[in-house]
Design a protein around this ligand. Structure first.
Ligand code: HEM
Length: 237
Protein backbone atom coordinates (compact mmCIF):
# COMPACT_ATOMS: atom_id res chain seq x y z
CA UNK A 1 0.00 0.00 0.00
CA UNK A 2 1.36 3.41 -0.93
CA UNK A 3 1.74 5.85 2.01
CA UNK A 4 -0.90 8.61 2.45
CA UNK A 5 0.65 12.01 1.64
CA UNK A 6 0.95 13.99 4.87
CA UNK A 7 -1.05 16.96 3.55
CA UNK A 8 -4.15 14.77 3.00
CA UNK A 9 -4.38 13.71 6.68
CA UNK A 10 -7.24 15.63 8.30
CA UNK A 11 -6.90 16.93 11.84
CA UNK A 12 -10.53 18.04 12.19
CA UNK A 13 -11.17 15.35 14.78
CA UNK A 14 -8.83 17.10 17.22
CA UNK A 15 -11.10 20.11 17.44
CA UNK A 16 -14.31 18.16 18.16
CA UNK A 17 -15.45 18.77 21.75
CA UNK A 18 -17.18 15.62 22.98
CA UNK A 19 -17.22 16.61 26.64
CA UNK A 20 -20.95 17.51 26.57
CA UNK A 21 -21.66 13.96 25.41
CA UNK A 22 -19.96 12.49 28.48
CA UNK A 23 -21.84 11.83 31.73
CA UNK A 24 -21.45 14.52 34.40
CA UNK A 25 -18.26 14.03 36.41
CA UNK A 26 -16.37 12.66 33.41
CA UNK A 27 -16.45 15.89 31.43
CA UNK A 28 -13.07 17.27 30.80
CA UNK A 29 -11.62 20.56 29.74
CA UNK A 30 -8.34 21.19 28.07
CA UNK A 31 -5.93 22.71 30.62
CA UNK A 32 -4.23 24.73 27.90
CA UNK A 33 -7.43 26.63 27.01
CA UNK A 34 -8.58 26.86 30.65
CA UNK A 35 -8.64 30.56 31.61
CA UNK A 36 -7.64 29.68 35.20
CA UNK A 37 -4.34 28.17 34.07
CA UNK A 38 -1.47 30.16 35.57
CA UNK A 39 1.24 31.32 33.24
CA UNK A 40 4.61 30.25 34.57
CA UNK A 41 7.87 31.31 32.99
CA UNK A 42 10.36 28.41 32.89
CA UNK A 43 13.11 31.01 32.62
CA UNK A 44 12.02 32.73 35.87
CA UNK A 45 11.70 29.35 37.59
CA UNK A 46 15.39 28.92 36.89
CA UNK A 47 16.58 32.42 37.62
CA UNK A 48 14.30 33.82 40.34
CA UNK A 49 14.11 32.01 43.69
CA UNK A 50 10.92 33.89 44.78
CA UNK A 51 9.17 32.92 41.53
CA UNK A 52 10.22 29.32 41.93
CA UNK A 53 9.09 29.21 45.56
CA UNK A 54 5.71 30.79 44.70
CA UNK A 55 5.17 28.18 42.00
CA UNK A 56 6.13 25.29 44.27
CA UNK A 57 4.04 26.59 47.19
CA UNK A 58 1.02 26.93 44.89
CA UNK A 59 1.56 23.53 43.35
CA UNK A 60 1.85 21.56 46.59
CA UNK A 61 -0.46 23.96 48.47
CA UNK A 62 2.03 24.92 51.14
CA UNK A 63 0.61 27.75 53.23
CA UNK A 64 -0.01 29.28 56.63
CA UNK A 65 -1.78 26.16 58.05
CA UNK A 66 1.37 24.15 57.25
CA UNK A 67 3.57 26.66 59.03
CA UNK A 68 1.22 26.75 62.03
CA UNK A 69 1.21 23.01 62.48
CA UNK A 70 5.01 22.80 62.07
CA UNK A 71 5.38 25.44 64.78
CA UNK A 72 3.02 23.50 67.02
CA UNK A 73 4.96 20.27 66.51
CA UNK A 74 8.41 21.88 66.96
CA UNK A 75 8.49 21.93 70.79
CA UNK A 76 6.99 18.43 70.92
CA UNK A 77 9.82 16.85 68.92
CA UNK A 78 12.61 19.29 69.78
CA UNK A 79 14.25 17.01 72.36
CA UNK A 80 14.64 14.19 69.87
CA UNK A 81 16.51 16.27 67.25
CA UNK A 82 20.01 15.46 68.62
CA UNK A 83 19.16 11.75 68.38
CA UNK A 84 17.80 12.15 64.83
CA UNK A 85 21.04 13.85 63.79
CA UNK A 86 23.18 11.19 65.52
CA UNK A 87 21.21 8.47 63.72
CA UNK A 88 21.53 10.24 60.36
CA UNK A 89 25.30 10.35 60.73
CA UNK A 90 25.33 6.68 61.76
CA UNK A 91 23.41 6.00 58.55
CA UNK A 92 25.90 8.02 56.45
CA UNK A 93 28.74 6.09 58.07
CA UNK A 94 27.24 2.76 56.99
CA UNK A 95 28.53 3.29 53.44
CA UNK A 96 31.99 4.28 52.22
CA UNK A 97 30.59 6.57 49.51
CA UNK A 98 28.88 8.76 52.10
CA UNK A 99 31.40 8.30 54.92
CA UNK A 100 34.43 9.41 52.90
CA UNK A 101 33.00 12.90 52.41
CA UNK A 102 33.56 13.57 56.11
CA UNK A 103 37.32 13.08 55.86
CA UNK A 104 37.55 16.63 54.50
CA UNK A 105 38.05 19.57 56.83
CA UNK A 106 34.96 21.58 57.83
CA UNK A 107 34.84 25.35 57.68
CA UNK A 108 35.91 26.82 61.02
CA UNK A 109 37.19 23.52 62.40
CA UNK A 110 40.91 23.40 63.15
CA UNK A 111 41.08 20.31 65.36
CA UNK A 112 42.57 16.92 64.35
CA UNK A 113 41.17 14.99 61.35
CA UNK A 114 41.97 11.32 60.70
CA UNK A 115 43.40 10.53 57.25
CA UNK A 116 41.99 6.99 56.89
CA UNK A 117 38.32 6.09 56.60
CA UNK A 118 38.57 3.41 59.28
CA UNK A 119 39.94 5.93 61.79
CA UNK A 120 37.01 8.29 61.33
CA UNK A 121 34.43 7.68 64.04
CA UNK A 122 31.08 9.17 64.84
CA UNK A 123 32.47 10.81 67.97
CA UNK A 124 35.53 12.34 66.26
CA UNK A 125 35.88 16.03 67.02
CA UNK A 126 34.95 17.25 63.55
CA UNK A 127 31.79 15.15 63.49
CA UNK A 128 30.63 16.56 66.82
CA UNK A 129 31.17 20.04 65.36
CA UNK A 130 29.33 19.19 62.11
CA UNK A 131 26.29 17.90 63.90
CA UNK A 132 25.68 21.38 65.30
CA UNK A 133 24.89 22.65 61.77
CA UNK A 134 22.60 19.74 61.06
CA UNK A 135 20.67 20.22 64.31
CA UNK A 136 20.27 23.87 63.45
CA UNK A 137 18.88 22.96 60.00
CA UNK A 138 16.40 20.48 61.53
CA UNK A 139 15.19 23.06 64.06
CA UNK A 140 14.84 25.68 61.34
CA UNK A 141 12.68 23.34 59.28
CA UNK A 142 10.18 23.19 62.14
CA UNK A 143 10.34 26.80 63.34
CA UNK A 144 11.05 29.01 60.31
CA UNK A 145 8.95 31.87 59.06
CA UNK A 146 8.02 30.55 55.63
CA UNK A 147 6.60 33.88 54.54
CA UNK A 148 10.14 35.29 54.63
CA UNK A 149 12.39 35.13 51.60
CA UNK A 150 15.33 34.72 53.98
CA UNK A 151 14.12 31.24 54.96
CA UNK A 152 14.05 30.08 51.35
CA UNK A 153 17.37 31.77 50.62
CA UNK A 154 18.94 29.80 53.49
CA UNK A 155 17.46 26.50 52.26
CA UNK A 156 18.64 27.27 48.74
CA UNK A 157 22.17 27.98 49.98
CA UNK A 158 22.16 24.65 51.82
CA UNK A 159 21.44 23.02 48.46
CA UNK A 160 24.05 25.01 46.54
CA UNK A 161 26.86 24.39 49.06
CA UNK A 162 26.71 20.61 48.47
CA UNK A 163 27.33 20.97 44.71
CA UNK A 164 30.87 22.33 44.92
CA UNK A 165 29.73 25.96 44.59
CA UNK A 166 30.20 28.38 47.47
CA UNK A 167 27.01 29.89 48.84
CA UNK A 168 27.59 30.78 52.52
CA UNK A 169 29.97 33.65 53.22
CA UNK A 170 31.34 31.81 56.27
CA UNK A 171 32.42 28.96 53.97
CA UNK A 172 34.32 31.17 51.52
CA UNK A 173 37.76 30.04 52.63
CA UNK A 174 37.36 26.26 52.54
CA UNK A 175 37.65 23.73 49.76
CA UNK A 176 34.34 23.25 47.96
CA UNK A 177 32.07 20.48 49.24
CA UNK A 178 30.82 18.01 46.64
CA UNK A 179 28.08 15.60 47.67
CA UNK A 180 26.15 13.65 45.01
CA UNK A 181 22.49 14.66 44.75
CA UNK A 182 21.55 11.01 45.26
CA UNK A 183 22.85 11.04 48.84
CA UNK A 184 21.25 14.39 49.70
CA UNK A 185 17.88 13.12 48.47
CA UNK A 186 18.26 9.84 50.36
CA UNK A 187 19.15 11.73 53.54
CA UNK A 188 16.12 13.98 53.17
CA UNK A 189 13.90 10.94 52.71
CA UNK A 190 15.46 9.39 55.80
CA UNK A 191 14.86 12.51 57.92
CA UNK A 192 11.28 12.77 56.62
CA UNK A 193 10.45 9.21 57.70
CA UNK A 194 11.98 9.70 61.16
CA UNK A 195 10.17 12.99 61.77
CA UNK A 196 6.84 11.68 60.57
CA UNK A 197 7.14 8.52 62.66
CA UNK A 198 7.90 10.63 65.74
CA UNK A 199 4.84 12.79 65.06
CA UNK A 200 2.58 9.76 64.69
CA UNK A 201 3.86 8.42 68.02
CA UNK A 202 2.95 11.58 69.96
CA UNK A 203 0.21 11.17 72.57
CA UNK A 204 -3.22 12.22 71.37
CA UNK A 205 -3.48 14.74 74.22
CA UNK A 206 -0.37 16.43 72.78
CA UNK A 207 -1.53 16.35 69.17
CA UNK A 208 -4.96 15.24 67.94
CA UNK A 209 -5.29 12.80 65.03
CA UNK A 210 -6.41 15.61 62.77
CA UNK A 211 -3.36 17.65 63.73
CA UNK A 212 -1.12 14.64 63.14
CA UNK A 213 -2.48 14.29 59.61
CA UNK A 214 -1.83 17.99 58.99
CA UNK A 215 1.66 17.74 60.47
CA UNK A 216 2.60 14.71 58.35
CA UNK A 217 1.53 16.64 55.24
CA UNK A 218 3.40 19.78 56.28
CA UNK A 219 6.61 17.83 56.93
CA UNK A 220 6.36 16.13 53.51
CA UNK A 221 5.87 19.47 51.80
CA UNK A 222 8.73 21.26 53.49
CA UNK A 223 11.12 18.36 52.93
CA UNK A 224 10.09 18.27 49.28
CA UNK A 225 10.74 21.96 48.89
CA UNK A 226 14.19 21.50 50.44
CA UNK A 227 14.66 18.58 48.07
CA UNK A 228 13.83 20.85 45.13
CA UNK A 229 16.31 23.39 46.44
CA UNK A 230 18.97 20.69 46.27
CA UNK A 231 17.86 19.17 42.95
CA UNK A 232 17.62 22.43 41.00
CA UNK A 233 21.36 22.96 41.42
CA UNK A 234 22.22 19.53 40.02
CA UNK A 235 19.60 19.06 37.31
CA UNK A 236 19.60 20.97 34.05
CA UNK A 237 15.98 21.98 33.56
C1 HEM B 1 19.21 15.91 54.47
C2 HEM B 1 20.16 16.29 53.60
C3 HEM B 1 21.19 17.28 54.03
C4 HEM B 1 21.02 18.47 54.64
C5 HEM B 1 19.71 19.13 55.02
C6 HEM B 1 22.32 19.03 54.88
C7 HEM B 1 22.55 20.23 55.53
C8 HEM B 1 23.78 20.78 55.75
C9 HEM B 1 24.01 22.02 56.42
C10 HEM B 1 22.91 22.91 57.02
C11 HEM B 1 25.34 22.26 56.43
C12 HEM B 1 26.09 23.47 57.05
C13 HEM B 1 25.77 24.74 56.34
C14 HEM B 1 26.53 25.88 56.94
O1 HEM B 1 27.76 25.94 56.78
O2 HEM B 1 25.88 26.74 57.53
C15 HEM B 1 25.96 21.14 55.75
C16 HEM B 1 27.31 20.98 55.55
C17 HEM B 1 27.90 19.82 55.14
N1 HEM B 1 27.25 18.70 54.68
FE1 HEM B 1 25.27 18.47 54.46
N2 HEM B 1 23.27 18.17 54.41
C18 HEM B 1 22.63 17.08 53.89
C19 HEM B 1 23.19 15.97 53.31
C20 HEM B 1 24.55 15.72 53.33
C21 HEM B 1 25.15 14.49 52.90
C22 HEM B 1 24.40 13.31 52.31
C23 HEM B 1 26.48 14.62 53.10
C24 HEM B 1 27.61 13.65 52.83
C25 HEM B 1 27.44 12.37 52.58
C26 HEM B 1 26.72 15.95 53.65
C27 HEM B 1 27.96 16.47 53.99
C28 HEM B 1 28.19 17.73 54.46
C29 HEM B 1 29.53 18.25 54.77
C30 HEM B 1 30.85 17.48 54.66
C31 HEM B 1 29.35 19.58 55.16
C32 HEM B 1 30.49 20.54 55.39
C33 HEM B 1 30.52 21.26 56.58
C34 HEM B 1 31.58 22.36 56.55
O3 HEM B 1 32.58 22.23 55.86
O4 HEM B 1 31.36 23.33 57.26
N3 HEM B 1 25.52 16.57 53.76
N4 HEM B 1 25.00 20.26 55.35
Amino acid sequence: MSPVPVETITTDIASVDISDQLPEGQRTSCPVSNPTTQEISPELLRTSLPDRINYIKDFIMFGTPDQEILHKVAPLVNDMIPQVVDDLYAKLFEFDVTKQIFLKRNEGFDGPIPSKLEDLTLDSAQLVYRKIFMKSWARRVLTSDYSSGKTWAYMDKVGIMHTGVKSFRHRNHVAPLVVPYRDCALSLGWVQTVLQTAILKLDSDELSNEEKIAAIGAVSKVIWIQNDLFARHYIDE
